[in-house]
Each structure stands twice: as structure tokens, then as C-alpha cells.
Write a protein that binds this ligand. Sequence first.
Ligand code: CMX
Length: 140
Amino acid sequence: MKPTHIEHIGIAVNSIADAIPFYENVLGLKCYNIEEVAEQKVKTAFFMLGQTKIELLESTDPEGPVGKFIEKRGEGIHHIAFAVDGLEERLREAEEAGVRLIDQAPRTGAEGLSIAFLHPKSTFGVLTELCEDKKSKINK
Ligand code: CMX
């Protein structure tokens, strides 16, 4: 699959407003975007560090994926996202390797990326996201 880098690390928090001061004032990162992803029932806050982002995830619905995660496991690392080229082919490769797909086909996630999730029960307990930034490729 050869991911090019870790695109982001998703961290589930009760409140992004409460968590942002730690990332800004203690770690010295800058929150450059806050965005609601209604389809995923989350509000997100982004920080850039090298090529990798930290994505804070606050649930907007207790029945959404992050709401259920926090209810079961508390705040903490929710998923890791790998940047790949050719997301559709990479998904088919994962499926052929026996990995359980959450998304059979790419869909649009935060910041307009094409994304797809692999089920944590077939990736050793880590919810794994594959993503591709088609916009920036077109702009290059
Ligand atoms: N990491 C590791 N394990 C997880 C997990 C996570 N993030 N989320 C759920 N699990 C585990 C649960 O602990 C549970 O394990 P046990 O059966 O051993 O208790 C199991 O997976 C099933 O959990 P569940 O609460 O019953 O949840 P569902 O099966 O309804 O859904 C999942 C789990 C991963 C399929 C669902 O959360 C999903 O589709 N996630 C992908 C979408 C997503 O997470 N979106 C939010 C981020 C969006 C963004 O980045 O913009």
C-alpha cells in the first residue's frame, strides 16, 4: 500500500473548546481550522505539525461514532489516517488481503479529502483511515 505519510491522528475529546488550549498554549501548535462534519456527527479542530495533522473530534450526537467511542472508552486516540495514492485501488488491495472495510468506496471527509475507514477488529484494535487529497494534486 505504501502510504506516503501519516496524514492525521484523530483524537476524541469531550469538548474541542476545552482541549484547544492544551495544543495551543502547552504544545505551541496553532488551530487553523474548525469544521463540522455533519455526516460523521462530529466537530473537528485541526493543527499542523510537519506533514501530519492532529484532528480533535468532538461528538455532536451521542449515537455517532465518536459519541459511542467516548461513552465506551473515554477520551483518547480514536484513529490514525494514512495518506495514500490511488485510494480506490488501495481499498481493493486491503479487501483482498482480508481486511474488513467499513467503507466499500471512498467518500468525502473533513477538509474535502477522499477517505475510507478499515475496521479496528481487523487492524489490531486501531481504527485505520486511508485518505487521498485529490484537490491538492489537481492544484499542483
Ligand atoms: N478504535 C478502536 N476500536 C474501536 C473504535 C475505535 N475508534 N471504535 C469502536 N471500536 C470497537 C469498540 O470498542 C467495540 O469493541 P468491543 O466489541 O470489543 O467492545 C467494537 O469496535 C464495536 O464498537 P461499537 O461501539 O459497537 O461501534 P460500531 O460497531 O457501531 O462502530 C466503527 C464502530 C469503528 C465501525 C464506527 O465507529 C465507524 O464506522 N467508524 C468510522 C467513522 C468514524 O469513526 N468517523 C468519525 C471520524 C470522522 C472524521 O475523522 O472526520
